[in-house]
Ligand binder design. Sequence first.
Ligand code: RTP
Ligand code: MG
Length: 137
Amino acid sequence: MERTLSIIKPDAVAKGVIGKILDRFESNGLRIAATKKLQLSRADAEAFYAVHAERPFFNDLVDFMISGPVVVSVLEGENAMQKNRDLMGATNPKEAEAGTIRADFAENIDANAVHGSDSVENAANEIAFFFAEREIS
Ligand code: RTP
Ligand code: MG
């Protein structure tokens, strides 16, 4: 069964919609194989988003990701990576389809409620970044 990594970002945690977002996953065939709430350090966020290090929005992205606690989860199911991306909607919530997580819970392109791995290969690396294998079941 395919696995992907989800992060409920600080804006959505602060809004109190952790449960509503996790329900979207479970209601759409994605099993929660692992989950935890944590505060990222600056070093954590810089390492996690290292692929974006040269992008103009990198510093704002890191500042935002450490602005409060996040909830990281391993989602498991058929086509889990793409299914999660479909449930999330477009990066910019103004462009996100109605009924997607970002359309319903995100403020703007920076505070956009959720992260999801964008390939199965990246998913494996992102899962290993946050979870030991014994924490996933
Ligand atoms: P994510 O990685 O968080 O799941 O989002 P994504 O794949 O939809 O978007 P990505 O291109 O990977 O960008 C990562 C995060 O950086 C912020 N961003 N800001 N101001 C901008 O033009 C801009 N572009 C991206 C977003 O918060 C995005 O989720
Ligand atoms: Mg991305």
